[in-house]
Structure formats: structure tokens, C-alpha cells
Design a protein around this ligand. Structure first.
Ligand code: CUA
Length: 346
């Protein structure tokens, strides 16, 4: 029998073949999405403190309850389809009202009341005041960075705050412009920052480490580059951090650093940035007194190294478009000095 080869070819490259290509693509896409979830991004299901621990427990309670309800519904459905529809089966209606009352109203009511009660308990615990002896850290959200101060201490830093391990720390939140949201997935659920209001939350870490935080409320072009780091460390290291915030920035030790400081203080930098103990006292941008020790430049935009720092100073708009720092007319000969000085601030 002659075979219509044209038709054969059309079938292989037609919709049937496309369907066969869709399945692997979906599987591959799903696998990639899942690996994205485990690429070291902080997860609220990997809690490192009592606040996030409550949220994780609530999440698992809801998950297992949902799974139990799903399994129960599927079992009843399977039973109805497989057993009750067998030909010749005599249907006994029993007591349908009792079934509907128990399965349709009673069980859901018990589940909902339980979840509501647990939710209320957790809400109250998360809203608890950490007590009068807890250190207070003041955080202000700006487009697009975090100003960090410790109550009673003069100095400021940016995009990084330290807490003592095992102690509750009060965090007082303000917004300088628009809505932001303070979120450290492994330590505490989100708290919104609202302009004109002072909100409070607390942080508590069970174990030492660095925990990434992120602005969790869309606040403009660079919302994604509004990250911060919470460093949980032994009490004596925390005390040392607070002491460093109160002290002047380290003095320049080399000639290059001295020239860099001069360029900073006498140039345009000092109009927006402060460095404690120098003539630079700008309050528009982040305080740079400890910029050399920070984990990133631009609130998570790029790593903090000499190359990125130079690129940032020359034209930060290419790194984080839309941020409020205009390109700087820094003499190419002075840029290495400026970098050397800023990197020495730690
Ligand atoms: Cu600040 Cu999003």
C-alpha cells in the first residue's frame, strides 16, 4: 500500500510533535524553577530564630492540614466512583444529613477554628514587646537603601545591622519617602514601613550567622536592589560593633589614603555622604564611615571590591539605574586614591 510521505512528514513536525516537545520543556522548566528555590536564597522554612520559627510551624500546620483534607476528599471521590457505581450495587442512602453535617460543616469548622486560634496566638507572640532592656536599632527605609542607627549612639551605617545571638533586639522602623517593607525571612516576618509612622518589630537569632534581608514592598525601579544583612554574633562582638558606630572613622594610614580623604572631603562626595571624624557631613546618602567592611555596594547591587567601587563612584547609574547618586566628575588620577581611602574604612 503506497504511503503518503508528505502527510507522514507533516505529522512528525506538526502539532503532535509539538505536544511531545512541550512535556520535556515543562519538566525542565519546573526543575529549573525548583533549583532557583535552593540557590542559597534565604527561606522562611529554614528559620534561625523564634519569630520565623513560629511562621514556619504555622506554614507546616496549614500544609499538612491541606494534605489531609485533600487525601480525604480524593478517597471519598475514589470510593464514590469505583464502589458505588458498580452495576447492580444497591444504593443505601443511610443518613445523608449526618454525613453533610459532620464532613461538610463539623470537620471544616474544627480545622478553621484551630488554625485561627494558632494564628492569633502567633500574632500576639510576634507583636510582643522585647522588653525595656532590649537594645533598640533604628532603621529608616530610603529609595533604595537602609539607614541603620543604634538608639543612643551618634553614628550611622547602611544596609547592615548586627544583633547579639540569643537576645531579642527591638527594631524601630521609619520610611523616609515611600512604603517599604522590612523582611528577614529566616528571622522574622515582614513589617511595613509607612512614611510618617513609627513601626516596631524585633529580631532574634538562635545561632550566629549572616541573614539576608530584603525590602518586600515594591518601592520603585530599584526595589530589588534594596537588600540588607543581619549579622547575629556573640554579645561582645555586638558591643564592639556599637562602639565602632560611636567612634570616628579610622584615620588614613598611607599617602594614597590621605589624598583620597582630601578628595572626598573637598570634592562633591561630602555634599551627600558623611564620614565620622572628618569634614564630610552630608546626610542625603549613606554614612560611609565603615564602607570598607560592608558586604556589598548599592544595597546588594554589586560586591564590595575595588573595581566595583571605582565603577560605582564614576557612574553608579550604570550599576543601579535610577538611584539618586549622579555620575561623579572625579579626576581619573584621583580615583585610585579615593578607592584606597574608602576601602580602608573598616
Ligand atoms: Cu524599598 Cu521595596
Amino acid at each position: 500500500m503506497p504511503v503518503d510521505t508528505r502527510r507522514d512528514v507533516r505529522t512528525r513536525s506538526g502539532p503532535g510533535r509539538r505536544r511531545r516537545q512541550v512535556l520535556p520543556a515543562v519538566v525542565l522548566g519546573g526543575a529549573l524553577a525548583l533549583t532557583g528555590c535552593s540557590s542559597g536564597a534565604p527561606s522562611a522554612l529554614d528559620p534561625a530564630g523564634s519569630g520565623a520559627g513560629r511562621v514556619a510551624n504555622l506554614w507546616w500546620l496549614l500544609f499538612w492540614l491541606s494534605m489531609a483534607v485533600f487525601a480525604e476528599v480524593m478517597a471519598v471521590l475514589a470510593w464514590a466512583l469505583l464502589v458505588r457505581r458498580r452495576p447492580g450495587t444497591r444504593v443505601r442512602h443511610g443518613q445523608p444529613l449526618r454525613f453533610v453535617t459532620v464532613a461538610g460543616a463539623g470537620i471544616p469548622l474544627v480545622i478553621l477554628v484551630t488554625v485561627y486560634a494558632v494564628g492569633l496566638r502567633d500574632l500576639a507572640a510576634l507583636g510582643d514587646d522585647p522588653g525595656p532592656r532590649a537594645p533598640t536599632i533604628e532603621v529608616t527605609g530610603h529609595k533604595w537603601w537602609w539607614e541603620v542607627r543604634v538608639q543612643g549612639v551618634d553614628g550611622a551605617t547602611a544596609n547592615e545591622l548586627h544583633i547579639p545571638v540569643g537576645e531579642k533586639v527591638r527594631v524601630r522602623l521609619r520610611a523616609a519617602d515611600v512604603l517599604h517593607s522590612f523582611w528577614v525571612p529566616q528571622l522574622m516576618p515582614k513589617t511595613d514601613l509607612i512614611a510618617g509612622e513609627v513601626r516596631e518589630t524585633w529580631l532574634h537569632a538562635d545561632r550566629a550567622g549572616s541573614y539576608r534581608g530584603q525590602c518586600a514592598e515594591y518601592c520603585g525601579t530599584q526595589h530589588a536592589h534594596m537588600a540588607f544583612l543581619v549579622v547575629a554574633e556573640p554579645r561582645k562582638d555586638f558591643d564592639a560593633w556599637v562602639a565602632r558606630l560611636a567612634a570616628p572613622a579610622p584615620a588614613p594610614r598611607t599617602d594614597a589614603q590621605r589624598r583620597g580623604q582630601e578628595a572626598f572631603v573637598q570634592g562633591t562626595c561630602a555634599g551627600c555622604h558623611a564620614i565620622r571624624g572628618t569634614g564630610a557631613g552630608g546626610r542625603i546618602g549613606p554614612d560611609l564611615s565603615d564602607v570598607g567592611s560592608r558586604w556589598s555596594i548599592g544595597a546588594g547591587a554589586v560586591p564590595n571590591d575595588g573595581g566595583h567601587l571605582g565603577g560605582w563612584i564614576a557612574n553608579s547609574q550604570t550599576v543601579k539605574p535610577g538611584n539618586y547618586m549622579p555620575p561623579q566628575p572625579v579626576d581619573a588620577g584621583r580615583l585610585p586614591d579615593l578607592i584606597a581611602y574608602l576601602q580602608s574604612l573598616k
